[in-house]
Design a protein around this ligand. Structure first.
Ligand SMILES: Cc1cc2nc3c(=O)[nH]c(=O)nc-3n(C[C@H](O)[C@H](O)[C@H](O)COP(=O)(O)OP(=O)(O)OC[C@H]3O[C@@H](n4cnc5c(N)ncnc54)[C@H](O)[C@@H]3O)c2cc1C
Length: 499
């Protein structure tokens, strides 16, 4: 393929991950075509929880206010035995997280997908083509050509890169021959989303009822919505459990009566899968196309949105700022360990919940209660560990950790550091800021930083460093002498040129 392309990036699939990627690219000045086989957002129950880092991403995308209309801070999360004993208790989100947002939110996925699509509709750099199905691709050194079938028949789209955000069955993954690693977790569950008419009788905390007679989940969603999930028992079919009368029977013991109205229902098999290669030349995978996990940790979509944030700034660096295409090799290096941490956490939680043998459940309860008594953590550690490798100044303080976001105050008109310093990379320096073309270098003495000065100065002082370089996705590139950081960043973006 030679000459000009239709767009910089072709995005296949306009679920939350494709939509977020298109929005982030547009904000960075990178054009995209987004093809989606359906017209409306996915109608069946899916994500109910996202964490504070994702709320920070929505803030960066300029949709925070709209998102909050469909979300509320997450309550405590409790795993209880059949007899009601607390096996695992995770706290509520009342303490602000390092991003300044609540630690987690319960939400309604279609509302948030609609907010993202509205943003795209307002951006001239995004060309959304609904009712267009990706069919095949070919690539060469200059770009990718995809065949897409729309209402008027097949057409081709050319792009510098293509990202498959096309979900669990990902035709793009198929097209690049992407094999999957399988965690061998495979459990069938019925998921029921309800509208709540009277709040009186629905639980106020998120619950996993680890009852071997019927493992059950009950969680809040966005305002006025709640979810129940029931594990299918041996011999039950999807058709049988999707029947409304059957569902009312399952809900009977919750005594919510006519406080609720069934809104949506589906049967899923929950599993853990990771694509072995997330990149083949100019084609990349993100979101469920690259990895899937059971919902017990509420991190599947969150992980996909982290993929989008990771890719978006690297595409901008390559396509607009002349960085080496080799930096795309750091994508899977950075994201896969984080995703696997969450998959293992979710499967660890799932193995606690999905126990149908009463003797095994009794043993589990006794073991977990004893562990709680002894103060031991019942869950695998390390899900949100900082990235250990990739496009970071390894060995410097906090490299690969998320940089916190201080806020100017608690009021409604408060501003976060991200609002003030804006998009792109930052170099924050205790002392005069060096001149830097590739990023925003700012001194703590700059009046812009006045509301945050004390907290930023404390962050630097606690680590004994004069500067911190923060990547556009708000992960720390490195901390240390400012000129060293600038040189290391330039080298990381263009390894061959600097060699
Ligand atoms: C019951 C349940 C509960 C969950 N709970 C949570 C939770 O609490 N928190 C959380 O973070 N995650 C949760 N998840 C996971 C979350 O819903 C998914 O990870 C997320 O929706 C994946 O987003 P995506 O954009 O990668 O894929 P999708 O949302 O699947 O989007 C893919 C898109 O690609 C389109 N597409 C497919 N093929 C083509 C083609 N050939 N051409 C064009 N378009 C195509 C599809 O139509 C679709 O719109 C849950 C999932 C389930 C099932």
């Amino acid at each position: 393929m030679g000459g000009a392309t239709d767009c910089d990036v072709l995005i296949v699939g306009l679920g939350p991950v494709g939509a977020a990627l298109a929005g982030l690219l547009a904000d960075a000045g990178v054009s995209s075509v987004a093809v989606e086989k359906d017209v409306d957002v996915y109608p069946l129950p899916r994500a109910a929880h996202f964490d504070h880092e994702i709320m920070r991403l929505f803030q960066q995308l300029g949709v925070a206010e709209e998102v909050l209309r469909h979300a509320r801070p997450a309550p405590a999360y409790e795993f209880r035995s059949a007899s009601g004993e607390l096996l695992i208790g995770l706290p509520d989100s009342s303490r602000p997280a390092p991003s300044g947002w609540a630690g987690g939110y319960m939400f309604n996925q279609p509302g948030i997908e609609a907010a993202l699509r509205a943003k795209l509709a307002a951006s001239p750099l995004v060309d959304v083509r609904l009712a267009h199905s990706f069919e095949s691709l070919s690539q060469d050194a200059a770009g990718v050509t995809a065949v897409v079938r729309g209402p008027d028949g097949p057409s081709t789209v050319t792009a510098r890169y293509l990202v498959g955000c096309d979900g669990a069955w990902s035709p793009v993954r198929e097209a690049i021959g992407g094999a999957l690693f399988d965690y061998q977790f495979d459990e069938p569950w019925l998921v029921i989303d309800v509208k709540v008419k009277g709040q009186g009788r629905v639980p106020r905390v998120n619950l996993q009822i680890c009852d071997p007679a019927r493992p059950t989940t009950c969680v809040l969603m966005g305002p006025g919505r709640h979810r129940w999930e029931f594990m299918l028992l041996p011999g039950e079919s999807a058709e049988q459990v999707l029947d409304d009368a059957y569902i009312h029977g399952l809900l009977a013991s919750w005594e919510v009566g006519d406080d609720i109205e069934i809104d949506r229902k589906a049967v899923y098999r929950f599993h853990g899968l990771v694509a072995q290669a997330w990149r083949d030349g100019r084609v990349l995978l993100a979101g469920d196309a690259a990895h899937q996990m059971p919902p017990f940790a509420g991190q599947g979509m969150c992980s996909g949105l982290r993929d989008a944030a990771n890719l978006a700034w690297k595409f901008k660096a390559i396509l607009k700022d002349g960085a080496s295409d080799a930096i795309l090799d750091t994508y899977q290096v950075e994201r896969e360990p984080n995703v696997r941490g969450y998959i293992e956490l979710a499967i660890g939680m799932g193995r606690v919940v999905c126990t149908l043998d009463p003797a095994v459940a009794a043993q589990r309860d006794a073991g977990m209660l004893a562990a709680r008594e002894a103060g031991a953590s019942p869950l695998p550690p390390g899900a949100a560990a900082p990235m250990a490798d990739g496009l970071i100044a390894k060995g410097t303080a906090e490299a690969g950790a998320m940089f916190p976001q201080p806020w100017s105050g608690p009021g409604a008109d408060r501003q976060g550091l991200d609002d003030i310093l804006g998009r792109g990379a930052w170099l924050i320096v205790d002392g005069p800021a060096p001149v830097a073309a590739s990023l925003r270098a700012v001194s703590l003495a700059d009046p812009l930083l006045a509301p945050f000065r004390d907290r930023l100065a404390a962050w630097l002082a606690e680590r004994g460093v004069a500067g911190v370089l923060v990547r556009p996705d708000r992960y720390v590139f490195g901390a240390g002498p400012p000129l060293d950081l600038l040189a290391a960043y330039a080298k990381a973006l263009s390894p061959a040129a600097a060699a």
